[in-house]
Design a protein around this ligand. Sequence first.
Ligand code: UT7
Length: 331
Amino acid sequence: MAKTTAAITAVGAYLPDFVLTNQLLETMVDTTDEWITTRTGIKERRILKEEGKGSSFLAIKAAEDLIQKRGLDVTEIDMVLVATATPDMPVAATAAYVASEIGAVNAFSYDLQAACSSFLYGMSTAASYIESGKYKKILLIGADKMSSILDYTDRTTCIIFGDAAGAVLFEPDEEGFGLQDEYLRTDGSGRQFLKIDAGGSILPASAETVKNKQHFVFQDGKSVFKFAVSNMADVAAKIMERNQLSHKDVDWLVPHQANRRIIDATAKRMGLEDSKVMMNIHRYGNTTSATLPLLLYDYQKQLKRGDNLIFAAFGGGFTWGAIYLKWAYNS
Ligand code: UT7
C-alpha cells in the first residue's frame, strides 16, 4: 500500500486595506524610509484599523477566500488549526470561533503559538494528523494582528510588523507529494530577547504594567538577528543535506519574512539564486504567522506539481526550523 503523505491542496489569504508606508511612519516616529529599506527590506505593511476586529477577522477572511476558490464543502473539514501569536483573547481559542463562523460544524479546532514559527510548526501538526490516517481535511490558518501588540512610539519594533492572514488546506496524497521531511528546533533561553512581559501568568495585567508599556512587543533586534541569521540557514542546509538535495533540486525557498538580510543569508547558504527565493517583505513587512502562506498565495501561479519547496522560519522562543514539501498541483 502506498504511503500516505500530507499535501497542500489549496491556498487563501487576506490583507487589510490600510497601507502603512515608510513615509507615513516617518511622520510618526524618528525613522527614515532609507533606514527601514536598507536594514529590513520593508517598504509598506497592512494594518487592520477597524475597532473590535481581531485576528479571527483576518483568519475568517483568509479561510473564506480558500473555501470559495476551491469550492470546498465546509462540512467536510475535520480540523481548523489557527497559528497565531495574537489570539482574539487569552481564553477562548480563536480557532473555535473561526471554525464556527466559517461553518465547519464537523471540525475540532485549537490555536498553536510558537511566535514567528507558528505556521511552520502548524504544518508539522497538520501533516502528522493526515499521515496518521485520522483526518482527511485540515485547514491551517496563520493569522496575526501584530498592530494590536505594537508600541507605535517605539521605532525599533513598530516599523517591522504588519497584519495579515493566510490559509492552506492539507489533504492525504498517495502519490508521494506533500510534506517530505521536517527539522524543528527550540531554545527557551532565547525568550529574553523577544517577548511581551505582561499579561501572562508570570506578570498579570495591572495598572502598573499598562503604565510601563509591558503589554507591547519587546525585541533586542541585534541579538535576535544573530541567532536568526545562522539558525535559519543551518536548518535549511541541514534539510537539503539529509534529503540529498542540491541547489539544483530545490525549486523554491519559502522563508519567513523577518528581514531581507536574513533571507539573503539563508538563500546564499543553500546556493540558491534570487529567482528561487519567495519574497514579499517589501509589501507586507513581518506578518508573523501569516508570512509563509502569504508567500504561497503570492507565488501560487508559478508553482508546479512536483516542485521542491523548502520552508524555513525563525521566531521568538526561540523557535525555528525547516520543512521540505513537494508541491502537489498546477494552479
Ligand atoms: O520574526 C521574528 C524574529 N525576528 C527577527 O528575525 C528580527 C531580527 N532583527 C532584525 O531584523 C534587526 O536587528 C532589526 C531590523 C530589528 C534592527 O536592525 P539592526 O541593523 O540590527 O539595527 P540595531 O538594532 O543594531 O540598531 C542600529 C541603530 C541604532 O542606533 P545607534 O545605537 O547605532 O545610534 C538604533 O537606535 O539604528 C537605530 N534604529 C533606527 N534608526 C532609524 C533602530 N531602529 C531604527 C529605526 N529608524 N526604525
